[in-house]
Design a protein around this ligand. Structure first.
Ligand code: ADP
Length: 450
């Protein structure tokens, strides 16, 4: 008779890896099960950073911020549909999660901003690169040093119970071979369902035809696994489209490009909206344009402050030219329209006041230093705010809000924290904060069953 694990973690994204590390450090015997051939989930694609208010890194930079302001802005961004108890716990735990990461060798010490926030609170790696790859490789180092087992190409198809107690999972490998893995407790960290077209269209038929930024594994399987145990669900209709997605590659153009000072212009050569508004609103403004696409435009100074920009250039979809006029010609925009747009924006930067569109943040630098760059973008399906119901300890709740014993859930598989629209930088915070909680609770539960 094989081993009985203390904790099975389903999913190897940021939430699963954080949970596994924490559970291990609480003394639990842990295994991570991942359906894909690689580790990291959709988290590896996370671009902009991790939001937290009142961190040591903000203090070092003289940024005055607090949990209440972070709470208020996330609630407004979520159209006041957020579960306020979860959101409160989220903002309060965020600085601790930043420190937990630092203690694990993952330093998010540079800071930028995303749409809907009023203060630089989006923490990213010191070299200003995308957060996802850095976070996952840092977490994986911790998994390896602890010798935590990871089963790849292994899909959980059922959570098993015996006498109303969790007893393990049924898995299927890449050869469709099924086996049972025994465990005392389970963390479900299976991510969202942005890549499950059928499920997306079931809740939002009007999203037919939209590309998705997500990896193939974002299929929402965790929701049905937990619903079979009686879990409640919330906000499944709340699906976020991200405004700036390159359409030929489905590459997400990080909000940090706008956060670094870039603007959006229409084919008519005009700005049309506050680029630093929340994702739902910016997406809607693009869809309202006759062409339903827009150009994200930046200069060489903005490029040099963002490692992601160089990655986009390498991908081959960035239009560039030594002068604004040459760029305009290349992207078929009338320079007579574009030049006054840029002049007006640069004026707004110089007086730190955007009369026309009310952009109050990221008026960082004038767009004036060649080469100039443009990327054609349109919205794409990016994040599913809804999911299973949890409490502030990541306990999975039934429809009557009573806990399901022995199961915890964290990350995009859960719903409630983000309401109707997630703020950029809040997903990475979510997965680390609730991943740690889920791992801790699952380990304690398993120990009490020994
Ligand atoms: P989060 O950001 O919440 O951590 P991610 O999308 O980064 O979520 O990671 C979730 C991971 O869970 C993905 O790698 C996905 O392939 C994996 N996963 C989803 N469903 C299953 C399943 N039924 N069995 C095993 N792994 C799964």
């Amino acid at each position: 008779e094989g081993v009985v694990y203390d904790v099975v973690v389903i999913g190897s994204g940021g939430a699963g890896l954080s949970a596994a590390i924490q559970a291990h450090d609480e003394g639990a015997n842990v295994v991570i099960i991942e359906q894909m051939p690689t580790i990291g989930g959709n988290t590896v694609k996370a671009s902009v950073g991790m939001n937290a208010a009142g961190t040591i890194y903000q203090k070092l930079k003289g940024i005055d911020d607090n949990a209440q302001l972070f709470f208020d802005e996330s609630l407004k961004g979520g159209q006041f549909k957020n579960d306020q108890e979860l959101l409160r716990s989220f903002v309060d735990s965020a600085p601790l999660a930043i420190e937990w990461l630092a203690d694990h060798g993952i330093e998010l010490c540079d800071i930028t901003i995303t749409g809907g926030m009023s203060i630089d609170r989006t923490h990213r790696p010191g070299d200003r690169s995308a957060v996802g790859g850095y976070l996952i490789s840092g977490l994986v180092k911790n998994i390896v040093s602890r010798q935590i087992e990871v089963l790849l190409d292994t899909k959980v198809i059922e959570i098993l119970t015996e006498n109303n107690e969790i007893c393990g999972v049924r898995v299927e490998d890449e050869y469709n071979e099924q086996t049972i893995i025994k465990a005392k407790s389970i963390v479900v960290a299976t991510g969202g369902f942005s890549a499950n077209k059928k499920m997306v269209l079931e809740y939002r038929p009007e999203l037919d035809g939209f590309v998705t930024t997500n990896h193939k594994g974002a299929n929402g399987s965790g929701i049905s696994l937990l619903q079979k145990l009686g879990s409640g669900v919330v906000d499944l209709k709340e699906i976020q489209i991200h405004p700036t997605v390159e359409q030929t590659t489905s590459y997400l153009i990080s909000e940090s490009i706008r956060g670094g000072g870039a603007i959006l212009v229409s084919q008519a050569g005009r700005r049309f909206y506050n680029e630093m508004e929340t994702r739902d609103k910016v997406s809607a403004a693009i869809i309202e344009l006759p062409e339903k696409t827009a150009w994200i435009l930046f200069d060489d100074q903005i490029r040099s402050n963002n490692k992601a920009a160089d990655e986009y250039i390498e991908q081959g979809f960035v239009q560039q030219a030594p002068t604004l006029e040459a760029l305009a010609k290349k992207i078929n925009i009338d320079i007579k329209a574009l030049q006054p747009t840029i002049d007006k924006f640069n004026q707004a930067v110089s007086i730190q006041h955007d009369e026309e569109f009310g952009r109050a943040t990221a008026l960082r630098v004038p767009i004036e230093k060649g080469p100039f760059y443009a990327i054609l973008i349109a919205p794409g399906i990016h994040h599913t705010m809804g999911g299973v119901t949890i409490d502030t300890d990541a306990t999975v709740l039934k429809t009557n809000r009573r806990p399901i014993r022995g199961v915890w859930a964290a990350g995009e598989v859960t719903g409630g924290i983000h309401g109707a629209n997630r703020i950029g930088g809040n997903a990475v915070a979510d997965i680390v904060i609730f991943g740690i909680k889920a791992g801790r609770q699952a380990a304690i539960y398993a120990q009490n069953k020994r």
